[in-house]
Write a protein that binds this ligand. Structure first.
Ligand code: NDP
Length: 283
């Protein structure tokens, strides 16, 4: 039976340390601040944004929210981003995805000042991650690396397989694992005989948005399985992309959903805001 990787506990530990750091920064007149932009009424986004505001509150990070209507134009969105780029009290800017069709999210990410890009989606930070340079690393992959490290799981030399190639999870995950010297394969919806590839993984990261898609026959005995998915199952309950019940009998370690990767994403966002505040103040 696999050991459970407790993302809730690890994220709390990270947040506790950051809280102390924020206290120190505040004593020195540095007040970290996050500005969140949400466009439209996506119900999941509302929950994610709320969780981020709660974490900021817990860590005494200032938080401001800009909720824009569905009919916002690209010009209006870019104007807001530019205003926040120039606002010296704002250290981090986060544009919650998805945004309404008709708006170009890549243009918007490109407009965010790389120094304030706490989600790590600006092409400058994506490029720096590829080059192995200091950058803001996208929070979900970064959180997964921290989880593996916290559990003393060696990455170097391992065969790692990432299922899903989105710009926000799959691709940066691949890069993070490569930077840690894993041998990485990335799969997607056009991969033929997926199980042929997933079965070779020592470390399997799944981010596809398909409830309980990964079954035990797709996983190598003793593999470390990281489930990024957040889905609503047929029973109405939140579940991951991995069939936890089956796969936990085969894997050596596994992340649960909820309570695995999700809380780590928020903790690493907090980490990136504190980093942004320190970098900008040359603390
Ligand atoms: P996207 O929809 O942007 O990307 C999904 C990826 O999965 C695509 O690359 C797609 O391939 C691939 N894919 C879909 N179906 C299959 C399949 N049957 N076999 C192989 N590959 C497949 O999703 P995201 O990356 O944004 O999110 C993935 C999941 O992670 C979602 O459930 C999301 O809610 C969750 N999530 C969780 C976070 C957390 O903090 N825990 C943070 C962000 C996301 P192709 O490119 O060929 O279309």
């Amino acid at each position: 039976m696999a050991k459970i990787i407790d993302g809730k506990a690890v994220s709390q530990k990270i947040k506790n340390a950051l809280k102390e750091e924020v206290k120190e920064l505040r004593k020195n007149g540095i007040i970290p601040k996050l500005a969140v932009i949400m466009v439209g009424e996506d119900p999941s986004s509302k929950i994610y944004v709320r969780n981020k505001s709660i974490a900021c509150n817990e860590l005494e990070i200032e938080y401001e929210e800009h909720i824009l209507s569905n009919d916002t134009t690209m010009k209006e969105l870019l104007e807001l981003i530019n205003r926040l780029n120039k606002d010296n009290t704002v250290n981090g800017i986060l544009l919650q995805s998805p945004i309404p069709r008709g708006l170009d999210i890549n243009e918007a990410f490109k407009a965010i000042d790389p120094k304030k890009d706490v989600d790590g989606f600006n092409p400058v930070n994506v490029g720096k991650l590829c080059l192995g340079q200091d950058s803001f690393v996208s929070c979900t992959p970064y959180g997964i690396i921290k989880l593996l490290e916290e559990y003393g799981i060696e990455i170097e030399g391992k065969d790692a397989v990432v299922v899903g190639r989105s710009n926000i999870v799959g691709k940066p995950m691949m890069q993070c694992l490569l930077n840690k010297n894993a041998t990485v394969t990335i799969c997607h919806s056009k991969t033929i005989k997926l199980e042929r590839v997933t079965k070779k993984a020592d470390i399997l990261v799944v981010a596809i948005g398909q409830p309980k898609f990964i079954k035990s026959n797709m996983v190598k005995e003793g593999a470390i399985v990281i489930d990024v998915g957040i889905n609503r199952g047929k029973d109405g309950k939140i579940c991951g992309d991995v069939d936890f019940e089956e796969v936990s009998k085969v894997a050596s370690y596994i992340t649960p959903v909820p309570g695995g990767v999700g809380p780590m994403t928020i903790a690493m966002l907090m980490n990136n805001i504190v980093k942004a505040a320190k970098d900008q103040s040359k603390y």
